[in-house]
Design a protein around this ligand. Structure first.
Ligand code: BV8
Length: 228
């Protein structure tokens, strides 16, 4: 049965109430990514970076998965072939909808120790004095992939892209690499974009359905499952 690779971005969580990054009201419209989402920024002002991620981690308690997240969890359950859901998002809405996503840019509700490399689930605030539960060093950072850092799971993603028959990109502007290059890596497969509007890489897709994710994703999944 055909393997499916799905890539999601901030747009899939927009209707749950989480900001995107590059829309006019997005996160990078308010703060500079160079000041908050790079290792250099963390070395320069760790308290400011911790505050940025603490606020976003705390916000997760106020939002819920939407119909698009639930539609993808249904596809993972009902599709008879392999499905790999890769998300650029650091929120936990796919997880809470019942998916088991590969968080290629890490996760807000995880922390990592820079002294002993332990990584763990984390829901509270982090600070420069929070002790690591494993080694007690005050050396915890968000388990997030910042710009200039290697995304997670790249080998697993490359294999899945090679083997898939369908690649679906949902709610991403297609501006951040290497994720933005996945559609080219999957050129042998049928490639579909589901997004509010054409993304930077729209021309690279065989098919596109534009509109809010809570509308276009459930319709796409329903059609796909009825094509079996
Ligand atoms: C790396 C965590 C190398 C942080 C993020 C070429 C090749 C390789 C790298 C590069 C390259 N060129 C440049 C680079 C460097 C860089 C990069 O791509 N820069 C960009 C800005 C040009 N890439 C990196 O640094 C990556 N690392 O390459 O490492 C390496 C090699 C060897 C060894 C070591 C290192 C790491 C990138 C990861 C950075 N971390 N996230 C955090 O979240 O705080 S990325 C950041 O952008 C976001 O977090 C998000 O995950 C990601 C993508 O954004 P989108 O999800 O697409 O969101 P956006 O707002 O842009 O778009 C939203 C879309 O939704 C829009 O299209 C909108 O229309 C749509 N939408 C809105 N509402 C809805 C909707 N759609 C549907 N329904 C709606 N209702």
């Amino acid at each position: 049965m055909t393997g499916i690779v799905i890539l999601t971005g901030a747009g899939i969580s927009r209707e749950s109430g989480l900001s995107t990054f590059r829309d006019p009201d997005g996160i990078w419209a308010k703060v500079r990514l160079e000041d908050l989402a790079t290792p250099e920024a963390f070395a320069r002002d760790p308290a400011r970076v911790h505050a940025f991620y603490n606020a976003r981690r705390a916000q997760l308690a106020e939002v819920k998965p939407n119909a698009a997240h639930f539609a993808l969890a249904r596809l993972e359950r009902e599709w008879t072939g392999p499905v790999l859901l890769v998300t650029q998002n650091v929120d936990d809405l796919h997880d809470r909808a019942g998916s088991r996503p590969l968080h290629m840019h890490g996760a807000l509700r995880r922390a990592r120790c820079m002294a002993c490399a332990a990584a763990m689930a984390w829901t509270a605030d982090l600070s420069t004095s929070t002790p690591c539960p494993a080694c007690a060093a005050a050396a915890l950072r968000p388990d997030i992939v910042w710009f200039g850092e290697m995304p997670m799971g790249m080998d697993r993603i490359a294999t899945a892209l090679d083997e898939c028959g369908l690649f679906v990109s949902i709610g991403t502007s297609g501006t951040v690499y290497p994720a933005a290059g996945f559609v080219a890596d999957a050129a042998h497969a049928r490639t579909v974009e589901l997004n509010l509007e054409p993304s930077a890489g729209s021309d690279l897709f065989d098919e596109a359905h534009h509109g809010p994710a809570t509308q276009v994703v459930p319709v796409f999944v329903e059609r796909l499952l009825h094509s079996i």
